[in-house]
Design a protein around this ligand. Structure first.
Ligand code: ATP
Length: 889
């Protein structure tokens, strides 16, 4: 019987897979990738374009129209029938194109967020897209990583993996390096890791034995990621609204049908069947034209255009609703290190127990024992490296430490060779410590570095001038004072300690009774763009709160510098936060702008407290333990350099880790919401105009102002293109000067509703006047005039819909070329109706000549001009009121 992967010796497995401890060569890996294919699970099939196309014919309205067209055909009205077919076909095509475009941009987003993995290739560690992993690769795992493939562990230090998704086990599985003798279920294969599970603690290295669909998860079909669409609150709101509206419009159409049938019955008719058919078709056309069926895809397109724009500004949206929520964000809780600061650390000072600080000799021969030990700990309890080509790999804090050693002419590599690492307790931000085990001068020594307060707590002795002495209260006081002095200079401080141990493998319990050696202090300058970003956030009514693992004094010093901590504000440590009751926290919340030495659990509490106050809060994070807080926040923001787990829990990922990118994303989010509003208002105003004109004509006994075909045509011409073009409008100049949007207010808040109604009425007035003018000659000319005026005024309305506060000239006529293009296309499509041959189909009589077109155009233009002038007047009246004093909430 063949042995399973977990039963073989690793040397045997390596041979089987034709690989070495240095990993595959690049060429071999490429070759295997060609043969085996990508390391990814087969995705759920997408709907084909044909399927989407056919799906559009499921719509009840479309079916009715098709039936009507077929009856028309049988009755000999071939041209009319053909045109209906053509219009329906075009409508369906446009929907398919829109749906595919929306899908395409969502796919692009997914790709941007695809995970990477660290592999060894020819002995060099490198980061590659996880889907390019092949069997035989050696993968390095760290806390927070998703395991990218199945494999056998080669190294594991305190490695714990959450395998719940495969085994249902809620506590993480502890991994070991061993060979199992018996067959074991997945949960008991402690020497293996499986694709899709999460490293929650420690580090490890494994040999890939299965990728893609051959992995355990690949074989569990129903665990395959299904591509369920996520709807945003706005989309859901609009869905509901559309449903209600459609119902109202259907009733209206029935009423229109009823009135028309009554007329046919009362007035008598030459061709009853044809008239009934026409009445029927008109009623359906009214419904089709008035129901905003393009709305959903337009909203999706505008949202995904927004996500594209955000991606350009280094913010990758992982959950579509976030685009909208960003616009309502009023609190941003942000990490300090790397987000507000550059994360480019440089050691600038040190402190030893004998009081020495400042100058640090660049001649290692002159170092005393204390200095020597300080440097040893700083490079041994350290994972950073400098590769052959000079690139520095690892945590910036640790890079700073090896840089310091190198600058003082002590090769960190030499020390690491001299005292190889025998075991380790990796850093985690809850413990704020890291320790490693070495043999130094024939003694087993554990070296530890970490947050000074934590190291002080765990130290009982001090190394002073080469002697180990008691860590007296006086000495402790001296160290604490120095720590404060560094912190006030906004420096980040680490403490270094060691201990002789009597073991070959470390446990967390060993990190006690340490011998404190000294401190190193680093600068980490604020990012240049952060000053402006914090100011922008402030004027946009958004409060920035710093949440950091760093020391309180350091945090406050930096927060003051960049404008987050203002006079009267408070700073709290995690411990102080724990002592506050919910009520006390709620009271103080608005004033606390810095939280220091926090644990990830503290972060959840802070977000919750803000949410209790009804504030939409964004929260940044990068570690495994940050995931719950990122989920809890209205917008979880993960760092591009953060763990897979954090990214997965987040709604947005910052590819440059930069706070300024969050503020940019907020601006884009606000703009997207504005633009969706503009597009929706444009659509509804046009539809309303048409409906008012129809109801008016019907009420005073005129003939229908439009034929059914005309209505369908207008629906095709005016619905999609201008609305999408409006979705691309640039941000209004005041966008970051107003308060965040109330998340509960829908799209039709007072102002939008009023402007939709106003613009609808103006369009209707223009159409009614046109029909009246035409009617003076003949009802046919009245219809042609009404149709032309409606199509032109709806098209020109695009100009008025571009801004709520500025005229199109003020916005810049050419600032959104898509609007001009959309208007040109609409105009072009309209002129088709005037072509000989098509004129009859569109019921345009020969009496409709240049003068009539001129008239219709003037009426349409007047309506739009009135819209623009009203805007100017309203802005003038409201100006003094809109200068709201921005206060901190
Ligand atoms: P922020 O939360 O703003 O990103 P941070 O980097 O200080 O700030 P953590 O990474 O959680 O937050 O680190 C918490 C603390 O742990 C640090 O302030 C420092 O004292 C200590 N620390 C950070 N990195 C290491 C490390 N590599 N080894 C040992 N201790 C560390």
């Amino acid at each position: 019987m063949t042995k399973h992967v977990y039963q073989k010796e690793t040397t045997q497995l390596m041979q089987d897979l034709n690989t070495t401890t240095a990993g595959l060569t690049q060429a071999e890996a490429q070759q295997r990738l060609q043969e085996m294919g990508l390391n990814q699970l087969a995705e759920a099939k997408k709907k084909s374009a044909l399927f989407l196309f056919l799906e559009t014919f499921k719509d009840a309205m479309v079916i009715v129209l098709l039936i009507v067209a077929i009856v028309q055909m049988i009755m000999g009205a071939h041209v009319e029938a053909l045109v209906i077919f053509a219009v329906l076909l075009l409508n369906s095509l446009v929907s398919v194109i829109q749906a595919k475009k929306a899908e395409g941009s969502l796919d692009a987003l997914k790709k941007l967020a695809a995970p990477d993995a660290s592999v060894l290739r020819s002995g060099q560690e490198q980061s590659i897209p996880a889907k390019e992993i092949v069997t035989g690769d050696i993968v390095i795992l760290e806390a927070g990583d998703y395991v990218p493939a199945d494999g056998r562990l080669l190294e594991a230090s305190t490695l714990k993996v959450d395998e719940g998704m495969l085994t249902g086990e809620s506590t993480p599985a502890e991994k070991e390096i061993t060979t199992l003798s018996k067959e074991a279920p997945i949960g008991d294969r402690i020497n293996m890791v499986f694709s899709g599970t999460i490293v929650t603690y420690g580090r490890g290295k494994f040999l890939v034995t299965a990728t893609g669909n051959t992995t355990e998860i690949g074989q569990v079909a129903d665990l395959l990621e299904s591509t369920t669409e996520q709807k945003t609150p706005l989309q859901r709101g609009l869905d509901l609204f559309s449903k209600k509206l459609s119902f109202a419009i259907l009733i209206l159409s029935l009423v229109i049908l009823g009135v028309q049938l009554l007329r046919i019955f009362l007035d008598g008719s030459v061709d009853v069947t044809q008239d009934i058919l026409n009445a029927f078709m008109f009623a359906v056309a009214v419904a089709v034209a008035a129901i905003p069926e393009a709305l959903q895809s337009i909203v999706t397109i505008v949202l995904s255009l927004g996500t594209k724009k955000m991606a350009k500004h280094h913010a990758i949206i992982r959950k579509l609703p976030a685009v909208e929520t960003l616009g309502s964000t009023s609190i941003i809780c942000t990490d300090k290190t790397g987000t507000l600061t550059q994360n480019k650390m440089t050691v600038v000072d040190h402190y030893l127990a004998n009081g020495q600080s400042g100058e640090f000799s660049t001649d290692p021969k002159k170092w005393q024992t204390d200095e020597q030990r300080l440097i040893e700990i700083s490079v041994l309890a350290n994972d950073a490296t400098i590769s052959k080509d000079g690139t520095k790999l690892g945590d910036p804090t640790e890079i700073a430490l090896i840089d310091f050693s190198e600058n003082k002419n002590q090769s960190y590599q030499k020390l690491r060779k001299q005292y190889p690492r025998e075991d380790e307790l990796p850093f985690d931000s809850d413990r704020k410590l890291m320790s490693t085990l070495h043999t130094i001068d024939q003694q087993k020594i554990m070296v530890t570095k970490g947050g000074p307060d934590i190291v002080f707590e765990r130290s009982t002795k001090v190394l002073r001038n080469g002697q180990i002495v008691e860590f007296t209260a006086e000495l402790k006081n001296q160290f604490q004072k120095q720590n404060e002095v560094f912190a006030e200079r906004a420096l980040r401080v680490l403490a270094f300690a060691y201990k002789e141990v009597a073991t070959d493998s470390l446990t967390l319990a060993e990190e006690e009774d340490l011998v404190l050696v000294g401190l190193l202090a680093m600068i980490d300058p604020p990012r240049a763009e952060v000053f402006q970003a914090v100011a922008d956030a402030n004027s946009a009514g958004i409060q920035t709160v710093m949440i950091t693992g760093d020391h309180k004094t350091t945090a406050v010093a930096i927060a003051k510098e960049i404008g987050i901590f203002q006079p009267g504000d408070q700073a709290l440590t995690g411990v102080e936060l724990d002592q506050l009751s919910e009520v006390e926290l709620a009271e103080k919340l608005a004033k606390i702008t810095v939280y220091a030495r926090v644990s990830p659990e503290n972060k959840i509490r802070i977000v919750r407290a803000w949410q209790e106050k009804g504030k939409i809060s964004a929260m940044t994070g990068d570690g495994v333990n940050d995931a719950p807080a990122l989920k809890q926040a209205d917008i979880g923001i993960a760092m591009g350099t953060g763990t897979d787990v954090a990214k997965d829990a987040a709604a947005m990922v910052l590819t440059d880790d930069n706070f300024a990118s969050i503020i940019k994303a907020v601006e884009v989010g606000r703009n997207v919401f504005d633009n969706i509003k503009k597009a929706v208002a444009y659509l509804f105003a046009g539809n309303l105009g048409a409906i008012i004109a129809i109801v008016f004509a019907l009420a005073i006994g005129w003939s229908n102002p439009f034929t059914a075909l005309q209505l369908l045509f207008i629906n095709l011409v005016n619905d999609s293109l201008p609305a999408i073009a409006l979705g691309m409008e640039k941000a209004e100049p005041t966008i970051m000067k107003r308060q965040p949007r109330d998340p509960n207010s829908g799209i039709f808040t007072g102002k939008t509703l009023i402007s939709v109604t106003y613009r609808g009425i103006l369009i209707a007035l223009a159409v009614i006047t046109a029909q009246w003018l035409g009617n003076q000659q003949s009802p046919e000319l009245g219809v042609a005039m009404a149709f032309t005026t409606l199509i032109l005024s709806r098209t020109l309305q695009t100009f008025a819909a571009r801004s709520n506060t500025q005229t199109s000239l003020q916005v810049g006529l050419f600032s959104n070329k898509m609007v001009l293009l959309a208007i040109l296309v609409c105009g072009g499509l309209f002129s088709l109706t005037l072509l000989p041959g098509l004129r009859e189909v569109f019921a345009i009589p020969s009496t409709f000549a240049l003068k009539e077109i001129g008239l219709a155009l003037s009426l349409a233009t007047s309506a739009v001009l009135l819209m623009e002038i009203t805007k100017l007047i309203l802005v003038k009246i409201q100006e003094p009121k809109s200068e709201i004093q921005l206060t901190r909430n």
